[in-house]
Write a protein that binds this ligand. Sequence first.
Ligand code: MG
Length: 372
Amino acid sequence: MRRTPLLVGQLFLVGLSLGQVAIGSSQNPTAPSIWRRHDLNRTRPPAITPPGPTVSAPAPSDAIVLFNGRDLSAFTRASGAPAAWKVENGYMEVAARTGSIRTKESFGDMQLHLEWASPNPPNGVGQDRGNSGVIIMGQYEVQVLDSYQRADTYADGQAASLYGQYPPLVNATRPPGEWQSYDILFRRPRFRPDGTVQEPARITVMHNGILVQNNEVLFGPTAPVPPYRYVAHADELPFTLQDHSHPVRFRNIWVRKIQERPEPAPGYIPSPVTLTDAQMMRVLGAYYRAPAATATPAQVAAAQQVPAFVITREGPQFWVTMGNAAPLKAFPTTESQIYVPDRGAFVNFTATAAGGQMEAALDGSTARATRR
Ligand code: MG
């Protein structure tokens, strides 16, 4: 428990969260752990020593640099007023009680790099010691705290925790005053048009180059209190750096926006057509290629035993087996053509000149196969 004086606003939040402990994660069906929220008995991650500096990481060419050590022009207060934190010597420092600051630009899926240092000399205990936070989309907090050689707060609230949900896997915190890095990979939640969750948010965090959050599934916003219920929100929102009244420093903040992989242009994937039973039956069967004139006896035997194509159906669905491969789903695009999406291939059917017999060939190929 805290023993240090708290601001009125903090008391209010703490009062709420303590009051809500009874409905903690053990009763939340989506919680990944049966530990209660902020359980002081929760096993603390082992401390490790990060191998070397991971700070002053240069921004990649496609990154948006939000803070290069000079000014807070990329940030604003919640009110929209200019950010009032101190900027000096290439870093920004929380100016207590001037308010949290948030980015002017909005972000969804992203790779975020930032560096922070807790106050030196350190001051306070538990949550009241070098507390700040990176609050993604204004609601998913990666905690910033002086957790160096300390075990006086709940594990799910120490540095690099996903606040109130996941302690870090290990404690990779550096001493107060030393620069340390967060590399945060964030995948935003996806919501259906009716506002329900299609896909929850996921976060990976590297703390000083060490994996401490491994693609964890958030079970809702981390604040202010359970039950962590997702409320549908925009695809992109600002992230916040928290003013918790402690002079925590930040520098070298850059973001790469992560885009969805592009889908092909409309019409690139052909559209299925509906065929009659008679039209479908017309192309079913096993199709064999004639061996080449130069084929060896073994190749001749193989060509006679293994069909180039076997076309079958299940209701309106075609299946195409090519050689010895597994059957693939296919759909008709015309009466005489089916498309195999997994291969990006068309199979074209033509009646032979003699009539009656069908031939099949891959689009653009002259290697025709005849149905037996
Ligand atoms: Mg915090």
